[in-house]
Write a protein that binds this ligand. Structure first.
Ligand code: ADP
Length: 334
């Protein structure tokens, strides 16, 4: 797979776990969310009760799982991890909820992907710490109420707008995670390099940070690839040139675009004169499914101001022409 999108291999996850900050003070950036969370946690400590339920929203890799772990650690509470897609039946959720211990933190990733019946069970559990377990079928079905120990739910979703209102309303606090600035990513990288015992110059950090798409997970992943490169090339101190050469080799360019992103841009500019061109035509030109182009490449290209969406199709913005090394033709937006 691509370096900026990465995989889900055990080794990848192990290193990711090792690089996770363990408390709020080590968590870089997101100043507002951090401050708000601190307050929520402090208040619950003073009340001697488990914290309000917390919803974290934002794109993958920005630190939602990390924050859930930090919340549990700061509350001195055990943490249980599951996800929306893993809970297909209300019974799956009942099994998890009924086995929670008092004060436990339950992290539900991709909470917007839970099934409807499970979602309805969750409403009641969040509000009243109670669920109804339905036994039997049809006319003989009986609902047996089951008391739950007080727990704190930490839900994560890529977009808070995907959640049904009643579910959203049951969270006492919602934190929106934003993409990180290059300076913040440099701090993330500095910390990770320390843990990995890597020597990187300031310019080296900013070179890697600038290619990390505003995302700590990607920054850490690129750092590890740079580390491999430096090891093989016998480079002891990683400067901007070394970092750049390593990431060029992995086809992550100076703005963090990977091969797919660049082939979409390149097709748009060189085959369709900058567009507008329809999604399916563009997808055929790069040999991908329209879905892949739309969900994998486009969000970042649009966010970076490289591609625009119009009613008549996709267009290359001025920055796209420049990025590919072309002069910007007259009349191009951007
Ligand atoms: P999400 O759950 O939002 O997909 P994660 O919490 O799994 O993201 O974070 C992905 C990786 O990025 C982790 O290895 C973590 O160490 C790192 N990371 C995320 N946010 C931060 C941060 N604010 N400071 C330092 N490292 C971070």
């Amino acid at each position: 797979g691509s370096l900026v999108r990465g995989g889900d291999e055990p080794e990848e996850r192990a290193i990711e776990a090792a690089l996770r900050p363990k408390n709020l003070d080590d968590f870089v950036g997101q100043a507002r969310v951090r401050q708000q969370l601190k307050l929520v946690l402090e208040a619950s400590r003073l009340r001697g009760k488990s914290s309000d339920h917390v919803l974290l929203s934002g794109p993958p890799g920005l630190g939602k799982t990390t924050l859930a772990m930090i919340i549990a650690a700061e509350m001195n509470a055990p943490l249980r991890i599951s996800s929306g897609p893993a809970i297909q039946h209300a019974g799956d959720l009942a099994a998890i909820l009924s086995s929670l211990s008092e004060g436990e933190v339950l992290f539900l990733d991709e909470i917007h992907r839970m099934s409807r019946p499970a979602e309805e069970m969750l409403y009641m559990a969040m509000e009243d710490f109670r669920v109804d377990i339905v036994v039997g079928k049809g006319a003989g079905a009986t609902a047996i109420p089951l008391e739950l120990p007080p727990f704190t739910l930490v839900g994560a979703t890529t977009r808070a707008g995907l959640l049904p209102g009643p579910l959203r309303d049951r969270f006492g606090f919602t934190g929106h995670l934003e993409f990180y600035t290059v300076e913040e990513l440099e701090l993330v990288l500095r910390r990770s390099a320390g843990l990995l015992d890597l020597k990187v110059s300031s310019a080296g950090f900013s070179e890697i940070a600038g290619r990390s798409r505003g995302t700590p997970r990607i920054a850490n992943r690129l750092l590890r690839r740079v580390r491999d490169w430096a090891l093989v090339h016998g480079v002891e101190q990683i400067d901007a040139r070394a970092a750049g050469a390593a990431l060029d080799m992995y086809e992550v360019d100076s703005r963090g675009l990977d091969r797919l992103d660049r082939s979409v841009l390149d097709a748009l500019v060189t085959k369709f004169g900058g567009g507008p061109v329809g999604l399916s035509t563009l997808a055929i030109a790069v040999g991908e499914e329209p879905e892949t182009v739309e969900t994998v490449a486009e969000p970042f290209l649009v966010r970076e101001g490289l591609v625009g969406r119009t009613p008549r199709g996709r267009i290359a913005m001025a920055a796209a022409w420049t990025h590919l090394g072309f002069a910007v033709p007259d009349g191009v937006f951007g």
